[in-house]
Design a protein around this ligand. Structure first.
Ligand code: PXL
Length: 291
């Protein structure tokens, strides 16, 4: 029987300030009616994009114990959703976690968080990059931005791309394992602003999703995107509907944020529009059992 609430193991960092990773995945997926079970990879005072002197606590040594306890409890996750990792050692731990909790309908989403705008994030070195190339093989869905797509394929940063070049990149990424690939921040010839592109290997179809453009960079937006993708795919939405939902939501959240004079490193004020993700399915009912 289908569960009343899907259970998602979310393998990301916990950054205290600056909206990203677990502090966006938990509210977003909860709002979509799903239970998020965090497996922290690291604990930071802030994210690493634009804050100086942040603290970083590598959580690797705790992860196996948490997974073993979950296994002992016989928890049956509906999805395992991974993002920012704290060390390359975590790759083997997570790969083994996916194998041990595998079942036919398990959805594995890997957001290969490594960098953006042509640069690696502060804490990401070659061992994590090489490990991430292994981890994506185990995924059903990956959600890199275009910088991460180039890193995964061992290519230089991409500039403006033709539709055929984009299709080739999506297919190459899918050839590494995942049947569904969604790439964000793609510069496509003949498009005024960056687009999101998606590929579903099973149907052989490709999709392009345009979005509103704002000339500012907000860290954590990719984590919001991937969290919504995870929730939508898990509940049975199509790949293009999932990507379009994520794009629309982010656009609404940026509109809320853009007019305020706040540092972009604080991220987008998605809290103001979370209601867009919540289904209102309340209706009155009566308990007539005892009548
Ligand atoms: O949003 C990606 C991300 C996640 N986690 C941490 C980060 C970043 C990007 O800067 O620093 C800790």
């Amino acid at each position: 029987m289908r569960k009343p609430v899907y259970e998602i193991a979310a393998v990301h960092d916990l950054s205290g300030y600056g909206r990203c990773s677990l502090t966006v995945a938990i509210p977003i997926l909860s709002c979509m009616g799903m239970q998020v079970c965090p497996l922290p990879t690291s604990i930071l005072s802030t994210h690493t994009g634009g804050f100086k002197d942040y603290t970083f606590f590598d959580f690797t040594d705790q992860m196996q114990g948490i997974i073993d306890h979950w296994k002992k409890l016989d928890i049956n996750f509906d999805a395992i959703y991974t993002g920012f990792l704290g060390s390359s050692k975590q790759i083997d731990i997570i790969a083994d976690f996916i194998d041990r909790f595998h079942h036919d309908s398990l959805l594995v989403v890997v957001d290969p968080v490594m960098g953006d705008e042509g640069e690696l994030y502060d804490t990401i070195g070659k061992p994590i990059v090489e490990g991430m190339k292994k981890l994506v093989k185990k995924a059903d869905l990956i959600t890199p931005n275009i910088t991460e797509a180039a890193i995964l394929l061992g290519e230089e940063n991409y500039g403006s791309l033709t539709v055929n070049e984009i299709k080739e990149i999506l297919e190459k990424l899918s050839d590494t394992g995942p049947g569904m690939v969604v790439v964000t921040s793609v510069i496509c010839e003949n498009e005024k602003h960056p687009v999101v592109v998606a590929y579903n290997r099973k149907s052989g179809r490709y999709w392009k999703i345009r979005s509103d453009y704002f000339p500012v960079y907000y860290p954590g937006t990719g984590d919001i995107f991937s969290s919504i993708m995870t929730g939508c795919i898990l509940r049975g939405d199509s790949l293009p509907v999932s990507a379009a939902t994520a794009v629309e939501f982010i656009s609404a959240a940026i509109k809320e944020t853009y007019g305020h004079d706040l540092p972009p490193r604080n991220g987008i004020m998605f809290e103001k529009v979370l209601n867009l993700l919540a289904g209102t399915k309340l209706s009155g009912f009566l308990n007539i059992s005892a009548l």
